[in-house]
Design a protein around this ligand. Structure first.
Ligand code: SF4
Length: 485
C-alpha cells in the first residue's frame, strides 16, 4: 500500500516544526542517531590535531575558491582531454534538460542513481519521470525514502528519520520483503532488488565529492559500493556536481577526505573511494563507454561574488553541523522543507530558493555556535546566519534574492524609538517610571512571539531606583544601629 505523499516546504517551517516537536517517534529517532554520530565523530578525531586539520581543510577550500573560475576552465580542459564530456548548467532546470537529453540521445529508459544531493536540488527524478525515464536511487537510504515517496531528511543519511520497524514496513509494503527486524536480512533483500536494476540500467547518474582540476579526476566517496556500480556498470555515466566542488590538485584531496569521513560518519576511511578520470579505454574490460560531467551553477556564482557569503561554498557536505545542531536534532530534516536541511541548509537555501521562501530558516537557530565549531572547513555558520537575517530585513548588502522581505515598517519604527530612548537618559527614566506605573496594562499576548514564552512586564521600578532605595535603606539601618550603640 502506498504511503500518502508528505509535502514539506520552507514556507511552512513553523507548522512543520510544531508537528515534529509533537511527534515523539521522530524526536526519539533523531536523538538516538545524532547522539551516536556525535560520539563517533569525537572518537574518530581523538588521535588527531583536529584544529590543525580543520585549518588545513579550510585553507585548501579557500585556495580553490580564490581561483575558482581558472580551476573550472582547467577542469573542463583536462576532462575533455581525458574523454569526459563537460556540460555547464546555469540552473537546476537546465541541468535536468542536459541529463534528460543525454538519456534520450542514447535511447535510455532506465537510470540508476548513486547518491547526489545536487540531483535532489535539481529535482532530477521528477524531471526524468516526465520524460518517461525511470530513475531508481541505489544508495540504501535514498532507496528507502524513494520507496516511501519521501525526500532525504539528512544529507549523508537520507533515511535517518526511520527506525527498524518503519523500514521493515516500507520494504514489506513496497517490495514484498517478508517483515523482519533483522537488518542484515533487509539489506540483503535490498541488495538483490538493486542488483537487477544495476545490470539493466541504461545510464548511471552520480554526484562528485571532489573534482580535481589538475588531472580532471572525479572523486566519489561512499560505503555501499553502489557508487562504483553506478559509475561502472551502465554504458553511460553522468556525474552532476555544483561548480564549487573543484579543488586544485590531487594532494588537496587527502586532507579533505580525512575531514569528510570523520566528520560525516566517524570513519577513518570509507569502504569505497572512487577516482574516475575517463570512460573505458580500449584495453579495459569494464567501465562506461561515455562519461559526462554536468557542472551546475544554480545560484553559486551569485554567492561567489560576495566576499562574506563566499564562505558558504567551502562546504564539503559532511553533515556534522546538522548532527550537532540543537534545532535540527529536535525537529528533523523534513521540517525545513528544503533539499539541504539544518545549518548548512539555512545558509545555502536562501541563495537557491530566495529569502521569500526561506526567510524563517536563518532565524531557526539559537546561534549557540555548535555548527561553526564542528565544521571541518571552518565555515563561520553563525556569522552567515546573522548576515542572512540582516539581508532578510533589508539591512545587508542586498546580494541575496528576496533581500528585505521581512522588513516591517512597524518593527523599524519600534526599534528606532527604542534606540532614541536608550540614548536619551532623561526620556528613558521618564518612560521607565510611566511603564512601571502602567505595567498592569501590558499585553500578555504578543502574537507568535508568546506562543512558547511568557510576555515580559515592565519592572515596577528601574534598576537605578532600586539601587537608590537600597542605599537609603542601608543608610537608615546604619543610623539605627549607631543610635542603638
Ligand atoms: S557547513 Fe561545514 S559542517 Fe556543515 S555540511 Fe558543510 S562542511 Fe559539513
Amino acid at each position: 500500500m502506498s504511503q500518502p505523499v508528505q509535502t514539506f516546504t520552507p514556507e511552512a517551517f513553523h507548522r512543520q516544526a510544531h508537528d515534529a516537536l509533537g511527534n515523539p517517534q521522530i524526536r526519539a529517532n533523531f536523538r538516538k542517531a545524532m547522539d551516536g554520530l556525535m560520539d563517533k565523530r569525537r572518537q574518530a578525531f581523538e588521535d588527531w590535531d583536529l584544529e590543525a586539520l580543520r585549518t588545513l581543510g579550510a585553507s585548501v577550500r579557500l585556495r580553490a575558491l580564490s581561483r575558482l573560475p581558472d580551476l573550472l576552465e582547467q577542469l573542463e580542459a583536462k576532462c575533455e582531454a581525458n574523454g569526459i564530456h563537460v556540460h555547464w548548467a546555469e540552473d537546476g532546470e537546465e541541468a535536468c534538460r542536459i541529463v534528460t537529453r543525454i538519456c534520450q540521445d542514447n535511447g535510455a529508459r532506465s537510470v540508476i542513481k548513486g547518491k547526489s544531493m545536487v540531483s535532489e536540488e535539481m529535482h532530477l527524478n521528477a524531471h526524468l519521470a516526465e520524460a518517461g525515464i525511470d530513475a531508481l536511487e541505489s544508495d540504501l537510504g535514498e532507496y528507502l525514502v524513494q520507496l516511501n515517496e519521501q525526500t532525504p531528511s539528512h544529507i549523508i543519511m537520507p533515511a535517518i528519520h526511520l527506525n527498524t520497524d518503519e523500514i521493515s514496513t516500507i520494504m514489506h509494503e513496497h517490495t514484498g520483503t517478508a517483515p523482519t527486524r533483522d537488518v542484515d536480512a533487509m539489506t540483503a533483500a535490498a541488495r538483490a532488488q538493486l542488483r537487477e536494476r544495476f545490470m539493466a540500467a541504461d545510464v548511471g547518474v552520480s554526484g562528485v565529492n571532489f573534482a580535481v582540476a589538475e588531472t580532471g579526476t572525479l572523486c566519489l566517496v561512499e560505503n555501499e559500493g553502489n557508487g562504483r556500480m553506478t559509475t561502472t556498470v551502465p554504458p553511460i555515466h553522468i556525474a552532476v556536481t555544483g561548480i564549487e566542488k573543484v579543488v586544485e590538485n590531487l594532494s588537496d584531496v587527502p586532507p579533505l577526505y580525512a575531514l569528510l569521513t570523520r566528520s560525516a560518519t566517524g570513519q577513518h576511511v570509507t569502504t569505497y573511494f572512487n577516482m574516475i578520470t575517463s570512460p573505458r579505454k580500449e584495453d579495459e574490460r569494464d567501465g562506461p563507454r561515455e562519461v559526462h560531467l554536468v557542472l551546475v551553477d544554480n545560484g553559486r556564482s551569485r554567492i561567489y561574488q560576495d566576499d562574506e557569503l563566499l564562505d558558504t561554498l567551502r562546504c564539503i557536505r559532511c553533515g556534522a553541523c546538522m548532527n550537532h545542531c540543537p534545532v535540527y536534532t529536535r525537529v528533523g530534516g523534513h521540517t525545513y522543507g528544503t533539499t539541504y536541511p539544518g545549518p548548512i541548509g539555512a545558509i545555502l537555501m536562501p541563495h537557491l530558493m530566495g529569502l521569500e521562501a526561506t526567510k524563517d530558516l536563518p532565524t531557526a537557530s539559537s546561534l549557540c555556535g555548535a555548527c561553526g565549531e564542528v565544521c571541518p572547513v571552518k565555515i563561520p555558520i553563525p556569522d552567515l546566519l546573522v548576515r542572512l537575517r540582516r539581508e532578510s530585513v533589508g539591512e545587508g548588502r542586498g546580494n541575496v534574492p528576496g533581500a528585505g522581505v521581512k522588513r516591517s515598517a512597524k518593527e523599524v519604527t519600534a526599534w528606532k524609538s527604542w534606540q532614541w530612548l536608550a540614548t536619551h537618559p532623561a526620556a528613558w527614566r521618564g518612560a521607565s517610571i510611566v511603564a512601571g506605573k502602567l505595567r498592569g496594562l501590558a499585553p500578555s499576548h504578543l502574537g507568535p512571539w508568546t506562543e512558547c514564552r511568557v510576555a515580559p512586564k515592565p519592572a515596577k521600578a528601574s534598576l537605578h531606583t532600586l539601587i537608590k532605595q537600597r542605599a537609603k535603606h542601608k543608610d537608615r539601618r546604619q543610623g539605627q544601629q549607631e543610635d542603638e550603640a
